[in-house]
Design a protein around this ligand. Structure first.
Ligand SMILES: *[C@@H]1O[C@H](CO)[C@@H](O)[C@H](O)[C@H]1NC(C)=O
Ligand SMILES: *[C@@H]1O[C@H](CO)[C@@H](O)[C@H](O)[C@H]1NC(C)=O
Length: 290
């Protein structure tokens, strides 16, 4: 009986300690991320979300350290967003029934030679800096500009950043596929550039993290598109296409806590299967023996 009581007290003390340390972590995180002006009710909701995220982060760290998983997570400045809030930052809408004439859609056969083990387009100078889409669900614009920046660098030997804002503002409604900050995908984006005969430089049309009126100016255009191709096939085909073509737009599934909190390693969440909802730019591959 005595042991039981001691045990209960011990457990209770441990829980208070844990709760205290979680609260401390939260308040440190709040001040580091400038979240000090929130109302008490907002703080409460954010604390709940933060605890959920912290639990996932700690659980993942345990998996990583024991060799059951190959990647790590850490808290970031969005750690108090709910999973639904996190999902709104994405914006890939893969759409098979587009309206209007997609004149740039091309069929082409790749020479299916075996891909090299390692490809890294960053090393070849085909990839601009990592950009931040903020709160606008226009991943499709970022991923598409990355692929086009790669093609321009490959063809002309010069790497320049293109304007995602140009795409967000001006391709809205194109072919029933792009919706500004509410999602879109690569094909309407490339088709828009074909129809417009260009896309502006990032310098001339900077990112605003929201939708605005279309301010495309042909004098500021620094890239053109002549065609695009949707790759159909398996991962082997994707590897070969990557090696042959350059950086590619791909869709990934990302509506998992582990994806939003990923910090390093090889992402191998066993829940990662099914529909894709985020467009990213594939800039390389490597062979890793684990
Ligand atoms: C969050 O952190 C990223 C990466 O450091 C930064 O680019 C972004 O501006 C930050 N966002 C907010 C809302 O603080
Ligand atoms: C893009 O194509 C148009 C039409 O052919 C041409 O006038 C323009 O100069 C091209 N822009 C660039 C950046 O190559």
């Amino acid at each position: 009986m005595k042991i039981f009581v001691v045990l209960v007290i011990f457990v209770a003390v441990e829980m208070v300690k844990l709760e205290k340390s979680v609260k401390e972590k939260f308040s440190d995180w709040m001040s580091n991320n400038k979240k000090c002006s929130l109302k008490p009710t907002e703080i409460e909701a954010q604390f709940t979300n933060f605890v959920t995220e912290l639990t996932v982060v700690l659980n993942q760290e345990a998996k990583f350290l024991s060799g059951r998983s190959l990647f790590r997570m850490r808290l970031n400045n969005r750690s108090s967003d709910s999973l639904d809030e996190k999902k709104t930052w994405l914006g890939l809408k893969v759409c098979d029934s587009l309206s209007g004439e997609m004149t740039g859609a091309r069929d082409f056969e790749l020479e299916l030679s075996p891909a090299p083990d390692s490809v890294d387009y960053r090393e070849l100078g085909y990839v601009t800096e990592v950009k931040d889409q903020g709160n606008c669900g226009c991943c499709y614009a970022f991923a598409s500009m990355c692929a086009l920046e790669g093609q321009m660098a490959k063809k002309y030997g010069q790497l320049s950043s293109l304007s995602e804002q140009n795409i967000v503002d001006c391709s809205k409604g194109s072919y029933g596929g792009n919706w500004g900050c509410d999602g879109g995908f690569a094909e309407p984006t490339f088709q828009y550039i074909i129809d417009q005969n260009g896309v502006d430089s990032l310098d001339s049309y900077s990112y605003e993290d929201g939708e605005g009126t279309c301010r495309y100016k042909s004098k500021n255009s620094i890239a053109n598109v002549s065609g695009y191709h949707r790759i159909k096939g398996d991962e082997e085909y994707l590897k070969q296409a990557l090696a042959e073509v350059g950086p590619l737009v791909v869709g990934v599934k990302s509506d998992l806590y582990t994806f939003y909190g990923y910090s390093e390693g090889i992402y191998d969440d066993e829940e990662c299967y099914g529909g894709v909802n985020h467009a990213v730019c594939l800039v390389g591959k490597d062979k890793v023996v684990v």
